[in-house]
Design a protein around this ligand. Structure first.
Ligand code: NAD
Length: 428
């Protein structure tokens, strides 16, 4: 979902729209329109030059009726409490639609992490935990990495929490490195989750996966495993991927009409998801402008880079052959483009269903931490497949029953589940 300065108003508007469709009770609306709790705190950090800088931190807990709050911590210079509130609200819906027993939370610090040394980063994340540790924990709120934070930072946070609480508590945070309490399969989780939902969509539309073509925007964590999955699990071809080129400060599309080789492309991609143009060209890839992916004559589009990519202008470029749009990224489609896709009968797998594989394996990480027993990668991915398939099916059932677009159906499933949990707990 697009994150703008008024992101929280947008989250509330989306909620109101679906609350109307569901004819939701006014007291339930009153609870769900706002986060139940939020914490604002200032974090003083000793910098390497001996001075003290004070950072603003937030943690928002939107709703924990279904289980402990869950959501990442972002380090971003433009962070605002409204962005964090919106993201926490969306986490409530994402966990509910994936049917994992967790609520919605999100955290943030106003900082550009690129301006900090490793030592300063470590002191800042430890300071964050010192400020909030009494209000988080495996049973009430479990943070994770997000924009600007890394598995190493999660390791420091887990250590600080364990030190303050006096016991080893890996389940307080997910996204930890493997070997430090992390789960196998987390790297693949979001991209493969996207693929499990595409596989189900193709089945529903009675399309043959082995004859389908896909175009992907992005070549980072989500897109790489979506590309591998489309080829290896669905049996189709991926005709292009795209990426941002940091040197040229523009995006490019890397095309091979007879199918890209994602393993090769990964071998020439840096840690930020930028592909080496010269090596790709040598290997026979056509290098086109960054927008070319959207106008490919394919069956499936998989936007997996940024928000707002399918908008009132670009939606006109989509070819009639496209039957499925699988939103690997958060918020890739604007409401105006959504209306066009609806009118054209394109089957959209909405972001908070399509990319829920990441949070699902984060939940598995917490389960494994609780048991102190770790599954193989195959076990993790099989369980992920089961969860994603069930989630897709319940949204599709709602869409067919109520005759609504998949995005509305996903909200309806999620909001109804949270409302039900509140009722069962006697909150309403
Ligand atoms: P990433 O940073 O690993 O990769 C982003 C990719 O997008 C890179 O290849 C980058 O070069 C490319 N890119 C950036 N600007 C571009 C442009 N203008 N045109 C084309 N490509 C461009 O990020 P990621 O983790 O793969 O996340 C991608 C999206 O998926 C984001 O919206 C993120 O919020 C969402 N998401 C990620 C996860 C996860 O587990 N990683 C989970 C849920 C949602």
């Amino acid at each position: 979902m697009a994150v703008s300065t008024n992101a929280f108003e947008m989250a509330q508007r989306q909620f109101d729209h679906v609350a109307d469709l569901l004819n939701l009770d006014s007291q339930v609306r009153e609870i769900l329109r706002w986060p139940l709790r939020e914490y604002h705190f200032r974090i003083p950090v000793r910098m390497d030059d001996g001075s003290i800088r004070v950072f603003q931190g937030f943690r928002v807990q939107h709703n924990d009726a279904r289980g402990p709050n869950k959501g990442g911590i972002r380090f971003h210079p433009a962070e605002t409490v409204d962005t964090v509130r919106a993201l926490a609200t969306w986490m409530t819906w994402k966990c509910a639609v994936a049917d994992i027993p967790l609520g919605g939370g999100k955290g943030g610090v106003i900082v550009d992490p690129a301006t900090l040394t490793d030592g300063e980063k470590e002191r800042l994340v430890r300071g964050y935990i010192q400020s909030i540790w009494k209000n988080i924990g495996p049973r009430n709120d479990v943070p994770a990495p997000d924009v600007g934070t890394t598995p190493q930072m999660m390791g420091w946070m887990m250590d600080e929490y364990s030190r303050l609480s006096g016991e080893y508590t890996p389940g307080v945070i997910t996204g930890k490195p493997v070997g430090g309490g992390g789960s196998l399969g987390r790297t693949e989780a979001t991209g493969y989750g996207v693929i499990y939902t595409i596989r189900e969509a193709l089945k529903h539309l009675q399309m043959d996966g082995s004859k389908s073509l896909a175009a992907i925007q992005g070549f980072g964590n989500v897109a790489q495993y979506a590309a591998i999955g489309f080829i290896e699990l669905i049996g189709g071809k991926v005709v292009c991927v795209s990426c941002w080129d940091r040197e040229d400060r523009t995006a490019y599309t890397f095309t091979k009409e007879d199918g890209v080789d994602p393993h090769f492309l990964m071998s020439i991609t840096d840690q930020y998801g930028s592909i080496d143009k010269a090596k790709a060209k040598d290997a026979g890839y056509k290098i086109e402008d960054g927008g070319a992916w959207i106008s490919k004559d394919v069956d499936v589009l998989i936007p997996s880079a940024l928000e707002g990519q399918i908008n009132a202008e670009t939606v006109k470029l989509i070819k009639p052959r496209v039957r499925v749009i699988a939103e690997g990224a958060n918020g890739p489609t604007t409401p105006e483009a959504d209306e066009v896709l609806k009118a054209n009968g394109v089957f959209v797998i909405p972001d908070f269903l399509c990319n829920a594989g990441g949070v699902t394996v984060s939940y598995f990480e917490g389960v494994q931490n609780d048991m102190n027993y770790y599954w193989t990668k195959q076990e993790v991915l099989e369980r992920l497949d089961t969860k994603m398939t069930q989630a897709f099916q319940s949204v599709l059932d709602m869409a067919l029953k109520e005759n609504v677009f998949m995005r509305d159906a996903a909200y309806m499933v999620a909001i109804a589940r949270v409302a039900k949990a509140m009722e069962l707990r006697g909150w309403i």
